[in-house]
Each structure stands twice: as C-alpha cells, then as structure tokens.
Ligand binder design. Structure first.
Ligand code: ATP
Length: 367
C-alpha cells in the first residue's frame, strides 16, 4: 500500500490516465542496478528516484573530477575527489527518503557482476566502455534480466531496451545483436577524444529512466526491439528494428568441440538426461554456505577454488553436469576442466541452481 506521504509525493503521476496505484506499487517494489554514475546516470538517476523506484543500487569506482562537472550535474564543486557512487547515493536519498539507495564504490567486474545483477529486476547501463557493456550484456542474457543500453557520440545518442520479453512474446535483441564484435582499441573515439556537450548524455539518461519505468510497468515502447538513434542537431530519432539473433545465448556459451567453449544444458534437458542415466555426475562448485542453504540431492560438492586440488574426485571419462548459482562460475570451472585437466564431457547447467529451483524442483530454496 502507498503511504499517505507517497500519495502526495507521486500525486501528479498518479493522475495520469495510463498510470495508477498498481503501477506505482510495481515501481516501489522494483530493484534496479545502475552501472556507472557519470553523464548518462546524472540524467537517469534523479528521475528514477523521484518516480519512486523502491530500491536503486549504483556501482561506480570513480571519483568526481573537475572535468566531470560540465555534464555530471548531480555532483558539485565540493564533491571533487569523492566517490561518485557514494555522492549519488546521498543525492538520491535526500531527493526521495522513501526509497532505498545503495552506492557501491567499485567497478562492475567478472567477480561481482553475477551477484549484483541477480539481485535486481533491471539493469541500466550508464557506462562508457565496450568491455563493461559486453560484461553487462552477457550476465543479463545468462540470467534473463532486461537492461537498458545507451551511449553517446558527439551529437548522437543510442538507446535500446535489451533482453526484455516484449508484448509479442519474443525477446528483444541483445547488445551483441547490434554490435557482435568489440571494436578495436582506436576504432571509435571516446568522449575524451571526441568531446561532448553535457545535455546529450543528460537527455539520453532521462530516456533510459523513461524506458526503465515503461519496462518495469509492463508498458510497450518502440525502443523495445529496436536500436534508437537520436540526433541532437536535427532533433530527430530513428528506430532500427532488429530481430534477436537466435544464437544470442550461444555467442556467450557456444557449442563446439573447442576446449575454450562451454556447452550448456537447460534444466529440463539436464534433468531428463540425469534421470536416463546419461549424466554420470553432477558437480556443484558453489561456496560452503550456499551449499548448506540449498542443494540438488545427489550432487558432488567441491567449491570452485578447491577444484584443482580435488580433481581425483571426478570421473574423467564420464559425462558431468556442473552448476553454480546462475551458471557463470560453473562456466569458468568447465573451461578450466577442459583446458587444464583434459575433461571432454562436461556441461554447464544453464541458469544454475536458481533456474533448477524455478523450473525443476521448487522445494529447493532460492536466494
Ligand atoms: N566497469 C564499470 N563499473 C562501474 N562503473 C563504470 C565501469 N566502467 C565505467 N564506469 C563508469 O561509467 C561512468 C561513465 O561516465 P562518463 O561517460 O560521463 O565519463 P567519465 O568516465 O566520468 O569521464 P571522463 O570521460 O571525462 O573520464 C564513469 O563514472 C565510469 O567510472
């Protein structure tokens, strides 16, 4: 239920014909991860907080620099040298004390991405580099989370709502559907080299906030299923509709005999093959406390970092299924087993124990 203060705080949006208490409650229950707290986020964050998104996590390891203030307008001169994530947290919490905001003064990395992304409903990519965009894309695709991509270059902005189940029932394209390969080091100049006027990331950031609110409230938008470009000089937008690449998931976990490649089984395939005796062992590589909390009966448990020392526990010639919480750590273990230890018949459980619990055995607690 909305509090009496919320009715006053959100009264203007509650008056909208297409918006009501149920949409407002949906926003208040939503959890968002905003990656990067620079120019795009300076546009997006205030509107997300003001609209009443209930839980916002901001991750950025950078500190406020004088050269940021021309476009990162949620910071002030007095904030120079302070962590952006912490300053953004304080700004949003002051703007709307009825929501929860956490600032994490770190970069999003391979190590922390899985847990952070799993904990939220939606991710907003406000970063400025390809490596992080592919990192966000790959984790969101692996975990089935939608994310809002945006980027700017001189006078043009890009935006798309990626990996979202659309009204048509189809999944919207991923970042890899638009940009299959990472550009070379000097192929695309950065903002540092090409320059930028501060309003452009601000406008695109506000559009990201709008798309996030639409996505969470289940409202459709032309940016779902298309790449939008917006030209600041012409004041024009174009939408490039694109079907999702059917190999979107396989680009992350392709299926070949190459030892660097991870082959996956869906929970349904894995369950059927295990029942039929086609899978000889199930290896769970999560940590001790995760195993204590939830486990698949009959699995062997070896935490990821103990695998090299305990290889003898695994029957090398047999077919094995490897799992973790969502399928990322187990994918790394499989690459290790194939490349360093000569295993040939190891498969990853897609979506990990979380997907198993949702689709095969709901008695297994989720976390
Ligand atoms: N892996 C990552 N995890 C979290 N934040 C990131 C990551 N990669 C980039 N960022 C953040 O995204 C933000 C992008 O902001 P923006 O494009 O406005 O440029 P900037 O990096 O702040 O400034 P400048 O280009 O002048 O150095 C930065 O604050 C940066 O620290």
């Amino acid at each position: 239920m909305l509090s009496s203060e919320d009715y006053i705080r959100y009264q203007k949006q509650l008056k909208m014909a297409d918006w009501g208490e149920s949409q407002q409650l949906t926003l208040s229950r939503a959890k968002l991860l905003v990656v990067g707290a620079g120019g795009l986020a300076s546009g997006a964050l205030p509107y997300l907080a003001a609209a009443g998104i209930g839980n916002i996590t901001i991750i950025d390891g950078d500190t406020v620099d004088l050269s940021n203030l021309g476009r990162q307008v949620i910071y002030q001169q007095a904030d120079l040298g302070e962590f952006k994530a912490k300053k953004a947290e304080a700004y949003l919490q002051a703007l709307n004390p009825s929501i929860q905001v956490q600032g994490i003064a770190q970069k999003l990395t391979e190590e922390n991405a899985e847990n952070l992304i799993q904990a939220v409903d939606l991710v907003i990519d406000c970063t400025d580099n390809f490596k992080t965009r592919y990192l966000i894309n790959d984790h969101c695709v692996a975990m089935g989370k939608p994310f809002i991509y945006a980027a700017i270059h001189t006078w043009e902005g890009h935006l798309s709502v990626c990996n979202m189940r659309m009204d048509s029932g189809k999944m919207s394209p991923t970042y890899r559907c638009f940009f299959p390969n990472e550009p070379g080091p000097n192929e695309i100049p950065t903002c540092d080299e090409a320059g930028v006027l501060g309003f452009l990331p601000g406008i695109l950031g506000i559009m990201q906030a709008k798309e996030a609110i639409f996505c969470l409230a289940g409202m459709s938008s032309p940016a779902q299923g298309a790449l939008m470009t917006w030209d600041a000089q012409e004041m024009r937008s174009h939408f490039f509709a694109l079907e999702r690449d059917p190999l979107a998931e396989e680009k992350i976990f392709p299926t070949t005999e190459d030892s660097s490649i991870v082959r996956e089984l869906s929970p349904e395939e894995a369950f059927a093959q295990w029942q039929d005796g086609q899978i000889d062992y199930v290896l769970d590589v999560r940590e001790e406390d995760e195993w204590d909390f939830a486990r698949i009966e009959g699995a062997i448990h070896i935490p990821m970092n103990e695998i090299p020392a305990k290889l003898a526990m695994l029957p090398k010639g047999s077919k094995g299924l490897v799992l973790c919480h969502h399928g990322m750590r187990s994918a790394h273990v499989i690459v290790y087993l194939q490349q360093q230890a000569g295993f040939k018949h190891v498969f990853n459980l897609a979506g990990g124990i979380d997907a198993w619990s949702r689709r095969i055995n709901p008695d297994i607690p989720r976390y």
